[in-house]
Design a protein around this ligand. Sequence first.
Ligand code: FAD
Length: 406
Amino acid sequence: METEVLVIGSGPAGITAAGFAAARGKKVILLEKNRELGRKLLLTGKGRCNLTNATDVQNHVANMPGGGRFLFGALNRFSPFDLMAWMEAQGVPCKLERGQRVFPVADDAKVVRDALVDFLMENGVQVMTGCRVRDCQKTEQMFSVKCQGERAFQGQKLILATGGCSYPATGSTGSGYRWAEAFGHTIEPPAAGLVPLITSERWLTPASGLLLKNVSMKIEDRKGKSIFQELGEVELTSYGLNGAMALSASLLLDAEEEYQLFLDLKPGLDQGQLDLRVQRDFSRYSNKVLASAFKDLLPSKLIEPFVSFITIPPDKLVNQITRNERLQIVEKMKKIPLTVVGKRPLQEAIITAGGVKTREIDPKTMESRIVPGLFFAGELMDIHGFTGGFNLQAAFSTGYVAGNSC
Ligand SMILES: Cc1cc2nc3c(=O)[nH]c(=O)nc-3n(C[C@H](O)[C@H](O)[C@H](O)COP(=O)(O)OP(=O)(O)OC[C@H]3O[C@@H](n4cnc5c(N)ncnc54)[C@H](O)[C@@H]3O)c2cc1C
């Protein structure tokens, strides 16, 4: 089957590229190995889809430690505000949440995915699902693509949008790297980006699953140099820490190194203020055992592990706690030390760091600087950002540019 534009991969990058190319009058075929489109998109934002971040392009670039500068042009051409307006026009009104995070009002990623599928249909893109591409080659003026089951396609232009290689069950298994390499591109080795952190301490394990909101996290390297400091959410797990702050921090940490991490459970209060607060609770619960005195101050799931951590017998009566012990409690609430000894594997990462080297791609068009007519979009390239909607925006912006340029 022959066409003008072949797009491989129906993530946000591939769908945007295919739809906008077709909107410009091109005959487009979109190939997807899964039976449904945009499977990873359905998982985003815990099923609610954090579409983008309603901030300016400079801020987006600053939040993309991988390829931020490369994305500057694409973000200007299709900005977070363009994305929101486009979504609105496609029947998906959006809302703002903490940290300028943008979500669909419906709080449902499926609404976004379905709107993208409608966009493909409206523009006449021919969508081929269940089409696992095995090989891509360039012959004369055409790209030739072979799928499992011997189905074959030819296109004057080829857009690779096969994503990274994390969460492989969604279909993103890294096959695009192999083809890009065969076309002469360099692949920055894929690594886990935005991935939970493994800590050596186990005393928090009984509290696993607990989401701590409004805590602060600080991370230092072996020399005591500050690597990360933020206020936000962290989720306790059986192996260490998950949640937005741990994920963002992971982008800045080397998996082979060890780091010291400090959690402040009460960042809104200084040591003195927290001591006064603890004294108040201690006088209210003076005849109770120590564990009961924390019930207004800590989430119930955290009390037992915390009491084990401060090494004061949990059944000691509050009125028997010495001043020194109380000050020690306050100090530990403000500074829980944990040792980061690694990151969870690439398969569990929210994004893949690494991919096709951006210096081999024209940032104005997303066209390969090596093979004319070959374009890239989305996470397949060496681009990656923090949590907050920056990664989906990068996929949409690069998809838009590739689709309009091919
Ligand atoms: C759990 C989770 C939550 C996330 N939440 C957010 C969030 O809230 N906000 C945010 O900004 N980012 C989030 N991300 C990251 C975001 O989902 C990705 O950055 C984005 O999906 C990348 O889009 P893409 O189009 O480049 O690739 P993908 O979405 O990975 O799509 C690639 C597509 O290519 C197809 N494909 C691959 N190989 C072949 C082949 N050989 N033949 C045919 N088809 C093929 C795949 O099946 C897949 O459908 C999250 C990621 C995960 C895993």
